[in-house]
Ligand binder design. Structure first.
Ligand code: ADP
Ligand code: ZN
Length: 679
């Protein structure tokens, strides 16, 4: 089968995602490939599809057992014989894998890297006729990365021993890691490299300054009730309190952090993967190993630690390509916390500088005045137009010339020896004679009370934006007292002006997001019904809901409302096997009843041969009793018609072999006409 028909028939997709086709072509052609694609870009298809087009067996090396199991399950659902050999196998699973290998039935074998260290693995693979090695998460070969897996170093040796092409995939690879992958996996011969962009256009981006942050998270979740989401929290304790607050509002919720027992963590991971609409309040420990494509939203209750961390964490949402939403909260305390974390860390000075830089990039994104996606992509050296899918494109911010208040703030800091935090400095510029102010004589400073025209909220927003732009930095040696940075000098001297946002100052208190629907109001009830059907099927089989169909597929069903198997086959994500297993069940939800197709015809649903079959039936109908209507009634069986439709004989001889002389005499000419028409 061609790549395009495998895509359609087995995976049920109409088209490749951007970048997939070139990679698939290169892998099918047997070239060595390194592909760097963002999470959710659709990497797995880039080796699964070639595995089915090529002869022989493809071994897939992947670091996470849970993900391997998931993929094997997904492939089986699509009618592909796939197996895994991992330490998590039951004896039966391993036996089934070995017999499939011996009998040459297995098309994809997922292998845990530890297996490579075992005696006999190479021999097993050679005898099984491996023709392609695919390596998922290829950056695990890098000794300098966080995910280093020593056993990945054996992959190069395996490639040499089997002498077959290798295709490596990863979402994270800077130039050095790429180089290292080339060295370790391809013996230094540069593979054909594909670098896909970082944009994830289906993810809506939004930031908000903290203002009753718990309430902000609760209303964000309330507007998305019943959808799977993650709330990232800065501390373990907060995962507990937020999970409880969410549960009190009637959400299905768990919490998760690295300090929990391994078993408890496994339970949460498993529940999240299989249940529909669970919210997990977690620290960043929740991430590696989460491969759920239908996470609909990610919220940060606290500011992430860098722009890279932010990108990775929001990137867990919407891997299925359907709309997903994010909200990142931040406040002056977060900025202080992240700065002190860097300053108090044990990293060498250059490293700390770089970490401050990465934090600055995130703060710059938080305080940007134009399209957030443009700002985010610019950090990864990509240019783009305003996206129309971020909070700033939705509501362009109101800005004001803040040079005067910024200079007041700087002056207040300088005149008090750069020893104080925002709260005290705000009291000074607003002219609040607190005890702390009077005891230190700060009420007699020339800056005392010069900023009365701005409210406390407004001053807080000004200070936060100043911290965000790194005009002031908390000094760890002075208990977080704010110091002016070099960037602020020209402003103080009157050589530069500053523009800040006004709306975050006011909007923070009023925004209560409207309930977000994934589909229009009239399609929403159908979507819920389809989801309920999916849940029932998933529960009956003990598999995650998305293994049956992804959200994106259900949304398309709800919008296009197919009523026949043919139309159902045209929905993205409905391959031949899934159409056969679930097509009717979902059609019943949409249309109530389903047409009664003969199984021979149903198997052709959505294919060109299905349409030809229908034309053959019509042609036959007209000739049932001969062209003069006087002969004995005769008709082909559905199975015969299906055979004709599938094989499309081009002449009478071929047709006669399929349906026999008697029938060919009556219908042959008409059938051949129909076959030719379809070409
Ligand atoms: P990753 O690159 O993160 O490994 P996956 O391979 O898990 O991504 O793919 C993410 C999602 O995209 C999956 O749900 C997959 O079914 C879907 N997908 C992949 N290719 C296509 C395609 N050509 N059309 C539609 N959906 C696709
Ligand atoms: Zn935008």
């Amino acid at each position: 089968m061609s790549a395009a028909s495998v895509l359609r028939q087995v995976f049920g997709f109409d088209a490749f995602r951007p970048g997939q086709e070139e990679i698939v072509d290169a892998v099918i052609a047997g070239r060595n490939v390194l592909a760097i694609m963002p999470t959710g870009g659709g990497k797995s298809l880039c080796y699964q599809l070639p595995a089915l087009v090529r002869d022989g067996l493809t071994v897939v090396i992947s670091p996470l057992i849970a993900l391997m199991r998931d993929q094997v399950r997904g492939l089986r659902e699509a009618g592909v014989e796939a197996h895994a050999l991992t330490s998590g196998n039951t004896e039966d699973e391993s036996d089934a894998a070995f017999s499939a290998l011996h009998e040459g039935r297995c098309r994809l074998l997922y292998l845990a890297p530890e297996r490579l260290a075992r005696d006999g693995t190479q021999r097993l693979l050679r005898q099984a006729g491996v023709t392609l090695i695919a390596v998922d998460e290829a950056h695990c070969v890098s000794q300098w990365g966080h995910d280093f897996r020593p056993d990945y170093l054996r992959i190069g040796e395996l490639r040499r021993a089997l002498n077959v092409p290798l295709a490596a995939f990863t979402a994270t690879a800077d130039a050095e890691t790429r180089e290292e992958i080339g060295q370790k996996l391809f013996d230094g011969v540069t593979p054909e490299t594909f670098l896909r962009g970082f944009d994830r256009p289906n993810i809506h981006l939004a930031f908000a300054p903290k203002d009753k942050p718990r309430q902000q998270i609760l209303s964000f979740a309330a507007a998305r009730k019943g959808q799977s989401g993650i709330v990232y929290c800065g501390t373990r304790a907060k995962t507990e309190t937020l999970a409880k607050a969410l549960a009190d509002e009637g959400h299905l919720t768990c919490n998760y952090h690295g300090g929990m027992e391994a078993d408890d963590r496994r339970i949460v991971e498993r529940r999240f993967q299989t249940e529909d609409g669970l919210i997990v309040a977690a620290t960043v420990a929740f991430g590696m190993g989460i491969d759920k494509p239908d996470i609909r939203w990610v919220a940060h209750a606290d500011l992430p630690k860098s722009i890279e961390a932010y990108y990775q964490e929001i990137g867990r949402a919407g891997r299925d390509g359907a709309p997903a939403e994010t909200l990142t909260l931040y406040g002056a305390d977060d900025i202080r916390f992240r700065r002190s974390q860097i300053d108090e860390g044990l990293a060498p000075p250059e490293r700390r500088m770089a970490d401050h830089g990465r934090l600055n990039a995130l703060l710059g994104l938080a305080e940007t005045l134009t399209c957030r996606r443009q700002a985010l992509l610019a950090y990864f050296d990509e240019t783009s137009d305003p996206c129309g899918n971020c909070d700033l494109c939705d509501n362009p911010p109101e800005t004001f010339d803040a040079t005067t208040p910024v200079r007041m703030a700087l002056s207040a800091a300088l005149r008090t020896g750069e020893f104080f935090g925002a709260g005290h400095l705000i009291d000074i510029v607003m002219g609040n004679a607190t005890d702390k102010v009077t005891q230190r004589g700060h009420d007699s400073l020339p800056t005392f009370g010069v900023g009365k025209e701005w409210s406390r909220n407004e001053w807080q927003a000004i200070f936060r934006q100043m911290l965000g732009r790194d005009l002031m930095r908390p000094d760890p040696e002075r208990h977080g007292g704010l110091r002016m940075t070099d960037a602020a000098r020209p402003i103080l001297k009157g050589e530069e002006s500053v523009t800040l946002r006004r709306d975050t100052i006011r909007a923070a208190r009023t925004s209560r997001p409207a309930v977000k629907q994934m589909v229009s109001e009239e399609d929403a009830p159908l979507l819920s019904a389809l989801k309920a059907k999916r849940r029932a099927l998933a529960e009956a089989q003990g598999v995650p809901a998305y293994i049956i169909f992804t959200d994106r597929t259900l949304i398309e069903m709800a919008e296009r409302r197919p009523v026949t198997l043919d139309q159902m086959a045209g929905i993205g994500g409905v391959g031949a096997k899934k159409l056969d297993s679930y097509g009717r069940a979902f059609l019943e939800v949409i249309a109530g009843a389903v047409e009664d197709l003969h199984p021979a015809r149903a198997r052709l649903a959505g294919q060109p041969s299905g349409a030809l079959y229908d034309r053959l039936v019509a042609a036959q109908e007209g000739l049932k009793t001969g062209s003069d209507g006087l002969e004995k009634a005769l008709s082909c069986t559905p199975a015969q018609l299906a055979r004709v439709a599938k094989t499309r004989p081009s002449d009478m001889g071929g047709l006669t072999r399929l349906i026999g002389e008697k029938y060919a005499e009556r219908f042959g000419a008409a059938f051949l006409d129909e076959i030719r028409k379809g070409e």
